[in-house]
Write a protein that binds this ligand. Structure first.
Ligand code: 13P
Ligand code: SF4
Length: 302
């Protein structure tokens, strides 16, 4: 372990802090963390872990959700400017309008959203539990926000529901085109194609497997295939190499980098622990409203 990582581990111990990291952050940051995982796993750890402080190495909606689920803990973000643009791609007025239009409506909110939007929603989901949760809802009409691509994936897999889509998108995943994937496949004909559901329909149609970051890693480790074309953020390669050593993974060039996740560096992790900076909180009123859909996700999504 390098010096800065040792320093971070010592500070975490001294400050009674746990470090959580999403698979998309830099590998060195993943290595210094106590827990590394996808959005759902990290939300569960944030709720159940006993440490006084959580350092959340990810984007702001993740830290915000941790604070909502665990209001007695201090949640520190190494970089408060690490914002997921998709989390802002939904309009509160649109939710109100949809509720007026459909009597039996469930507003299903991807966890990639800010607290104000969660507060207006019925249930939160992540990419690893969206299908399970939508299927379990009694409502026929589902307004899926903010990601139009994950929404479309849910719509295709839940044909008995009327899933209404919102035009939000992840600029990282939608930058991967079907043509890119086809070119990569021509070069690696034995590869299986692994796709995150934030990708476009054309890319999802080429997939051998579609799932969350964690599911993609588990699939690659269990598969008999030796080669994979991976259509999600390239940070997953760090864990893929650990879980599936010796297998080959191909990415679509420089496109698969989330600039916000990559804002988290070891220096920033150390600084927030050292100085107690980067605290993320929501007001009590907002917390109370946003907690309900998050708790419902934990209950239905497991
Ligand atoms: P998962 O971790 O749920 O796969 O989500 C990916 C993502 O884009 C998080 O921002
Ligand atoms: Fe947001 Fe996409 Fe980055 Fe995930 S990869 S944090 S959805 S911009």
């Amino acid at each position: 372990m390098d010096t800065i990582s040792q320093e971070i581990r010592a500070l975490a111990k001294e400050k009674d802090a746990v470090i959580l990291a999403h698979y998309y952050v830099d590998g060195a940051v993943q290595d210094v963390a106590d827990y590394v995982g996808d959005s759902f796993y990290l939300a569960k750890v944030a709720k159940s872990d006993p440490h006084k402080t959580i350092v959340f190495c990810g984007v702001t909606f993740m830290g915000q959700s941790a604070n909502i689920l665990s209001p007695d803990k201090t949640v520190l973000m190494p970089d408060l400017g690490a914002v997921c643009p998709m989390a802002l791609m939904v309009d509160a007025d649109k939710i109100k309008q949809m509720r007026e239009e459909y009597e039996d409506l469930a507003v299903v909110c991807y966890i990639n959203s800010m607290a104000e939007i969660k507060a207006l929603s019925d249930v939160c989901v992540t990419s690893s539990n969206a299908l399970k949760i939508v299927r379990s809802l009694p409502n026929k009409n589902i307004f899926f926000i903010p990601d139009g691509n994950l929404g479309r994936f849910v719509k295709e897999e839940c044909p008995d529901k009327n899933v209404i889509l919102n035009p939000g998108y992840c600029h990282v995943h939608t930058s991967i085109t079907a043509k890119d994937v086809e070119i990569a496949f021509r070069e690696h004909e034995n590869a299986e194609i692994l796709v995150h559901p934030e990708c476009t329909q054309e890319v999802c149609e080429l997939a051998d497997f579609t799932g969350s970051t964690k599911e993609i890693i588990e699939y690659a480790a269990a598969s008999n295939a030796e080669e994979f074309i991976v259509c999600t953020e390239s940070g997953v390669l760090h864990e893929l190499k650990k879980k599936a050593p010796g297998k080959n993974f191909y990415f679509i060039g420089a496109k698969q980098v989330c600039p916000n996740m990559k804002k988290v560096t070891l220096e920033k992790v150390r600084n927030c622990l050292l100085n107690g900076t980067g605290s993320i909180t929501v007001s009590d009123e907002l917390r109370e409203a946003a907690d309900k859909p998050l708790e419902r996700m934990l209950e239905l999504g497991n």
